[in-house]
Design a protein around this ligand. Structure first.
Ligand SMILES: C[S@@+](CC[C@H](N)C(=O)[O-])C[C@H]1O[C@@H](n2cnc3c(N)ncnc32)[C@H](O)[C@@H]1O
Length: 237
């Protein structure tokens, strides 16, 4: 008989109370209007321990174009900018916060972009569903810094998560991260240093300017006057 467990936790500043139906191994990739999936009871089937079959990316996008993943898309500016400039690539975006997720949906629908899929789910859980060696690039723009000492453990960019991303990169694939939070930047630097098989492409652990890097809403609003730390890693060949 199916066992039901309740749990409650915070993620990305939001409290979730989940009903976890154990023994539900199939995740249905079912996109409204072919584009987006809001948090829904399916979420309840996902726990860090649940073993899902890897997603079939060619079914999700109906082609085999290169896949890029943005984590924490906010209002969707970055992902729509790149998706509309690169129609021969696929873009998968994750965002947990309801209100801005709706903004991102509207932006993609307005742009009539068929190469974007948006998921209102926790990337920590979903990145593990992506097949190994399937992603050409991960982008994490201004991840929540959790500045209080007791909250630091909630930061996304831990070594184990970096390894999860690394294993999903195709040969030559990359991970790009931007943060304006110096303490988080130093932690990112230390954590990446522990991850084997990838190396910085910048000739330095990080740079404070990446030339024409798209300036997201967070960047314009909060980081414009301060220092930004950019990281870019590639799989070692
Ligand atoms: C500081 S905002 C930056 C938003 C956007 N990238 C920008 O630069 O304007 C960080 C975003 O990441 C989202 N987020 C945090 N943890 C997440 C996770 N585990 N999965 C998906 N989104 C997440 C938050 O809800 C928030 O919208």
């Amino acid at each position: 008989m199916e066992q039901v467990i309740y749990r409650s936790y915070r993620q990305g500043g939001v409290r979730y109370t989940d009903v976890i139906a154990q023994g539900a191994p199939h995740f249905k990739w079912d996109f409204e209007e072919g584009i987006f999936m809001r948090a829904n009871p399916v979420w309840a089937q996902v726990t860090p321990d649940t073993k899902f079959a890897p997603a079939v990316i060619s079914d999700v996008f109906a082609n085999n174009n290169p896949l890029y993943v943005e984590i924490g898309i906010g209002n969707g500016e970055f992902i729509t900018h790149h998706a509309s400039n690169n129609p021969a690539s696929n873009w998968l975006g994750f965002e947990v916060f309801h209100e801005i997720f709706e903004k991102a949906i509207n932006r993609v629908l307005r742009g009539e972009l068929s190469n974007v899929r948006l998921l209102q789910f926790d990337a920590e859980l979903f990145v593990r569903m992506l097949p190994l060696k399937s992603v050409s690039g991960f982008y994490v723009n201004f991840p929540d810094p959790w500045p209080k000492k007791r909250h630091k453990k909630r930061r996304l960019l831990k070594s184990w998560f970096m390894e999860l991303m690394r294993d999903r990169l195709v040969d030559g694939g990359s991970i790009t991260v931007a943060t304006d939070h110096e303490d988080y930047a130093m932690e990112i630097n230390e954590n990446f240093a522990q991850v084997s098989g990838i190396e910085s492409t910048l000739g330095a652990p990080y740079l404070n300017d990446l030339g024409d890097y798209y300036k997201t809403k967070y960047y314009r609003k909060f980081a414009a006057t301060g220092k930004v730390f950019f990281f870019n890693f590639k799989v070692k060949l």
